[in-house]
Design a binder for this molecule. Structure first.
Ligand code: SF4
Length: 231
């Protein structure tokens, strides 16, 4: 027996879910990015767009020699906007990227010093910066700082809703606490678990789910038991 937000029933543990996903999709090896700075930039650019578009923006930044903290902090804003245009919302994202880089450089000198602090201190500071919400902050903490926080995104929320038969406003913190309280705090596991959930969301648990061949079908209320939010 287990529960999520008061919903009771026999449900798979997070570790079972991970193992079923990893068994099907294999180790994902996330996050795409050559170094911690690229991961931070990618995490900010990926808001409201696909990774394909972020990749194009990162390629432009790399070619333009702007993929370093100092270079991006001092970049010409208009030039930066043009380079990251493929990622969408480029004016807003360019201003925020530049501001974040200036903040890190002015307050901490290097990205390493900025990232090399305890999770709570780092998280509070990230969330104080314009354009960085919980998902982005936690992605940076997990993938760039290599510290164990469980990232919650729209795919995670949708998977939990359907697996456990919940159709209510699941809060970020509640979902994160749920996963973090059920699985050992292991950076590698957290990284790959999030990547597995994204893969599930892309291949099967879409807005219109493809349940037939889904690796979680046998334990999913929506898939196996026909649970629907509108019933
Ligand atoms: S069985 Fe269907 S609803 Fe359940 S996780 Fe898989 S795709 Fe999503």
């Amino acid at each position: 027996m287990d529960s999520v937000n008061g919903i009771h029933g026999t449900i798979p543990t997070p570790l079972m879910i991970y193992e079923m996903l990893e068994d099907r999709f294999g180790f994902q090896g996330w996050w795409p990015g050559r170094n911690n700075f690229e991961i931070l930039v990618g995490a900010m650019l990926t808001q409201q767009t696909s990774w394909k578009n972020v990749d194009m923006a990162l390629l432009n930044l790399r070619k333009g020699g702007l993929l370093s903290l100092d270079a991006l902090a001092g970049a010409d804003l208009h030039e930066l906007e043009i380079m990251i245009k493929p990622s969408g919302y480029y004016r807003q994202k360019a201003a925020r990227l530049k501001a974040v880089c200036n903040h890190i450089r002015d307050k901490h000198s290097t990205l390493r010093r900025f990232l090399n602090r305890d999770v709570q201190t780092l998280r509070v500071e990230l969330l104080s910066l314009s354009g960085i919400g919980e998902e982005t902050a936690d992605s940076i903490i997990l993938y760039a700082a290599d510290k164990p926080v469980f990232v919650i995104d729209a795919y995670t929320k949708r998977m939990v809703e359907r697996l456990f038969g919940i159709w209510e406003n699941l809060k970020y913190d509640a979902l994160q606490d749920y996963f973090q309280s059920k699985i050992v705090k292991d950076v590698g596991l957290y990284k790959d678990f999030h990547a597995q959930i994204v893969e599930l969301g892309k291949r099967h648990c879409r807005a219109k789910p493809l349940c037939g061949n889904c690796p979680l079908f046998t334990v999913c209320r929506y898939g196996k038991f026909g649970w629907r939010p509108d019933r």
